[in-house]
Ligand binder design. Sequence first.
Ligand code: HEC
Length: 396
Amino acid sequence: MESHDRDSWPQHLAHHFETPAQQFDSGKLGMWLFLGTELLMFGGLFCAYAIYRANHPEIFAWGSHLLDRKLGMINTLVLITSSFTMAAAVSAAQRGWRFRQAGLLLVTLIGGCVFLGIKTIEYRPKIEHGLLWGTRFHPDPAYVTAHWAGHGAAHAEDAAAGDVHPEEPAEKPANLERGRAIAYETCASCHGPDLRGMPKNGRDLTASPFVHDKSDADLLAFLKVGRTPWDPENTTGVQMPPRGGNPTLDDEKLLDVIAFLRVLQASVASPESAGAPEVALGPPVDPGAESTVHRSVIPHAADPPAGLAHAPETPEEPQTPGTPEGAHRFFAIYFMMTGLHGLHVIGGMAFIAYLLVGALLGRYHATYFTPVDLGGLFWHLVDLIWIFLFPLFYLI
Ligand code: HEC
């Protein structure tokens, strides 16, 4: 190994590197390793999101309407723009354009400030109206209701629009026997053992005008989404879960149930004129069992350990009507993920501020721009994570 002459040693080359290129590559490798650990950390949270969402879809449907899509959208655009100015700053540094570099870094920094400012505007009402995690969750009914006004109608439209092709149902003759079995296995757990309704739960299906007046396609669209407690048409304040809470009921099976309900309704409406139905109408008899009714519920995730949190003063929290059980979990995940992301924005901004000073001092130029390059990589990661967070919380 040849020894280097101190005088020809570039000022920016640290003593433990042989060449500027080696220094650059090491820096880059280290940064990618760090970004890898970042992805692992956020990956864990994205897994938590996926599991909770799969187990409690209603909580996410409820919570996402309490977020402000418009602000989320603006923030997405702000971050994308700042990523662009950051990339331009890196390229200005590579060309040694000192003031253009500083200007672009400043614009990126302002983008970060705008993002955090909008985040504050978003967080504030949630904190003020008790939309927080765990035992701090005391939603203000007036606030929640105000945010829901208007969404109910949109929901009904979603339900009616559905992805149903009206021609399809007629193609295949329905399997009434299978429809009957499903009705008494799945639907009966809330709609009563004889499908005539249960107090504070599913309604009478044998005489429901709702069932009677809707076409098969519309009814199928309804069964696929169910009815949220905050739907204006809801009378019980209890959720009718999508597909009766049984995701294995595909469209074909639901159409069988619908066909069975038609036969059932016809014979209940006019027992004489209906004649002999093609299928037995009563529940399938299972002599061995005490009850033929099986519970069909979405499994609930176990409650987290209480840790050091204070127990709520009253064991039963007064619930806002329409708030699904365990809704605080939405805000736990929301604040955890967007909060951690926000901290990364702050970290990124601190680094960009440091780069800005360096740029003004002329520290970065065509032969040495590693810090600007690495800062850019980090900023793009921060941007990328938000691009995932925004649709996951606000849109779907
Ligand atoms: C977990 C309980 C539950 C299960 C299981 C369930 N439902 Fe429901 N369903 C409800 C509740 C609660 C309502 C009433 C909502 C309201 O207040 O408007 C309802 C309402 C309905 C309505 C609207 C009735 C009307 O008159 O407005 C139909 C139709 C319906 N359910 C069909 C079904 C079918 C078919 C199944 C089986 C595939 C099923 N439900 C399974 C709870 C359930």
